[in-house]
Write a protein that binds this ligand. Sequence first.
Ligand code: NAD
Ligand code: G6P
Ligand code: MN
Length: 432
Amino acid sequence: GVKIVTIGGGSSYTPELMEGFIKRYDELPIREIWLVDIEAGKEKLEIVGTMAQRMWDASPYDVKIHMTLDRREALKDADFVTTQFRVGLLNARVKDERIPFSYGMLGQETNGAGGMFKAFRTIPIILQIVEDMKELCPNAWLVNFTNPSGMVTEAVVRYGKWDRVMGLCNVPVMATMTEPKALGVEKEDLIYKFAGLNHFHWHKVADDKGNDVTYKVIDAMFDKDAGLPKNIHDIPFYREQLEQMGMIPCGYHRYYYREEEMLEHGLEEFNGVGTRAQQVKETEAELFELYKDPNLDHKPEQLQKRGGAYYSDAACETIAAIYANKDTQIVVSTKNNGAVPDLPADCVVEVTAYVGAQGARNVAFGELPTAEKGWLQVMKAMELLTIEAAVTGDYGTALQAFTINPLIRSGETAIKIMNELFIAHKKHLPQF
Ligand code: NAD
Ligand code: G6P
Ligand code: MN
């Protein structure tokens, strides 16, 4: 049987993951699941871990959930390690969002200054996890969900020198779920090709005869809540722009293509109901109240309020595909290897790939149009600088990353935001 280890097991997403594993038990016969957390998440771990055990007990399968604060104990002989931890929990995200907004710049979990500081906090931990894996489960696969998922995956490959990793996101899953419905066809009737970076990819769609139907999808989806995750405010794209690029941008592109309006909306929330992290804290409290109910043995509806809905489809499909060498088409963050020729072969991209026992075999996307190629190269440079700063703790490198980030206006205000974030997150940034 398969041994799964989930780091950040106290996450409210754990029931989503359990549901995915229960659904796929026949192709992925799990023996045991270890949920790992830290002292700060102990109470959450206990509540959600007990709930996870109830889900398995209500299923026909005999799977034991182990809960531990000892990562190394858990990792011993693991087959798959999934990561869904958040360094500093949601309170750290509140700071990532509120500090930039308080200076009139965008505060967001994976974009702008906040996303970069989340990377600074997370990368040292993921590299420790990789070191533990080299020693305790050298044949295991690391299936990363921790944001910023693309940068975390790139750090694992580039600095951890660990290739058995897949970075995941639910955004492509949501697109392939909603778009066929909008066209009145089934998912199997369409051919998808994604390329770009995590939270910065585009995709094209063809019908089962191979004819490009991207424009049809744009038509059918335009002005609708286009499979957008719950955390992103829906400001529509400019139609002429989409027609020019001939591709469908991911939901996060509106932070770049409609920066002014997204900032305006973010500032409204900042001054009103609170930023997304503050809203999510309420949802999380609600979820944990439900999880405490000893009669609850399935994933509650309320979990759909989180932006990461359906993430288990990506995670469990990936694991099942590797385990059973299924060659399933999945969108993953993985080493480019030429699929996106506008970026170096050795960097991590998010692309459609066939996933099997050997990992991801990427589908070549080919060169991107002029504008998207430019964006991509700037964003990858920002990512590489952010990761380098996270590893070296060098202030100048962090400043370079800040300066090249399109969502940060350079100058004295940027310096203030950066310095304040360094102070706010001091205890999670020993490298600086
Ligand atoms: P959360 O705040 O509930 O954190 C999850 C758990 O991680 C907590 O119980 C916390 O105690 C634990 N943790 C913190 N540091 C740890 C460490 N060093 N080792 C082990 N555990 C640790 O977070 P959440 O809102 O459930 O989100 C979890 C993560 O998943 C975040 O990083 C989030 O950005 C990411 N996420 C990714 C996607 C995606 O598309 N890739 C979607 C949703 C969420
Ligand atoms: C989307 C993204 C995730 C992100 C999440 C935030 O689904 O793909 O990477 O973590 O939204 O959702 P939340 O409910 O935490 O704001
Ligand atoms: Mn994501």
